[in-house]
Design a protein around this ligand. Structure first.
Ligand code: MN
Length: 309
């Protein structure tokens, strides 16, 4: 899955005026309803008032939907300057990229693609039945964002028992459980399964966001629904999660990302010129955007608004 981010200025979701501090250090943010292809999504990042959490710059919660196999695939499309983290909660996707990677993605498995100066991928939807997926992007820092593209897949990830719940660590570390996934900035991503109540240990230097995936959850005392995100400022050692019934949440965090982030469509860059050049190269099918072998057609987009005559 991949999100078309249409402009540099993403509208603030209806009904919210951005994070309003309603607690010591917690803001409950809304989301926007949208669709990626035929898949309905809630877009939690970016928001005008909060473009990044650590280097995390994009968060789509897709589904859950019942769909026939093949209905929700996303054809080949380009990326620059970011890592895609694809996390499947139900159903199965097949990742294909221009590096030659072909990898089924099933629940509990991590797909992490690093775009660097350019890569193209497709995510085909093969399985009949429900699809429920989280698509995340991490902005790459200047140190690596013009480097080579790469792809990683992990079938098994470290887990940490939290008493009334457990953490599966996608990227970075929770407590002593550290993911083997590549990490270009100081950040963490985890799925937290909460049975009733648990305390997640976190890094004091990080800001965090918690998004419930199944049902409402209490995050550090604040009720949060699956179309909302709880933002938690740095200088906290733990986050208390509580549910009425067992449910899952995504926890993202990181050292606040100070580099400029400019996003348009599937590109993360610093300047309009970089995005214009990338989009020209994609439209012309230049070599940095080598196509994967996919049954789906490539996805094109009109030029960015500043590049139209
Ligand atoms: Mn994508």
């Amino acid at each position: 899955m991949s999100g078309p981010v249409s402009t540099a200025d993403v509208p603030v979701p209806a009904g919210t005026a951005g994070p309003s501090r309603d607690g010591r250090d917690i803001a409950v943010m809304g989301s926007r309803s949208g669709a990626v292809g035929a898949l309905p999504v809630q877009r939690l990042l970016p928001q005008r008032a909060r473009r990044t959490v650590g280097a995390w710059c994009f968060f789509d919660h897709g589904g859950p939907v019942e769909a026939p196999g093949g209905a929700l695939g996303i054809g080949p499309h380009p990326h620059i300057g970011l890592q895609t983290v694809t996390w499947v909660l139900a159903g199965e996707l097949v990742h294909r990229d221009g590096l030659g990677s072909e990898q089924p993605i099933r629940p509990g498995e991590l797909n992490l693609m690093t775009a660097g100066h350019g890569v193209v991928h497709a995510e085909e939807h093969r399985s009949p039945g429900p699809l429920h997926v989280v698509q995340l992007w991490v902005a790459q820092p200047d140190a690596t964002r013009e480097g080579s593209p790469a792809f990683e897949h992990f079938g098994v990830l470290p887990q940490l028992d939290l008493g009334g719940g457990s953490a599966t660590v996608l990227v970075g570390a929770i407590g002593g459980a550290r993911s083997p996934a590549r990490r270009d900035t100081d950040h963490v991503g985890a799925e937290i399964a909460v049975r009733s109540e648990c305390v997640v240990p976190v890094d004091r230097r990080y800001e965090h966001v918690v998004v419930p995936l199944d049902a409402a959850m209490e995050v550090a005392g604040k009720p949060v629904t699956p179309d909302q995100a709880a933002y938690l400022a740095p200088e906290r050692d733990e986050i208390l999660l509580r549910t009425a019934a067992p449910g899952r949440a995504i926890l993202l965090g990181g050292v606040p990302f100070e580099e400029r982030v400019l996003m348009w469509w599937n590109y993360v860059a610093r300047t309009r010129e970089e995005i214009t050049a990338a989009h020209h190269d994609w439209t012309a099918r230049r070599p940095r955007f080598a196509l994967p072998a996919s049954v789906l057609d490539p996805i094109d987009a009109a030029s960015p608004p500043w590049d139209r005559s």
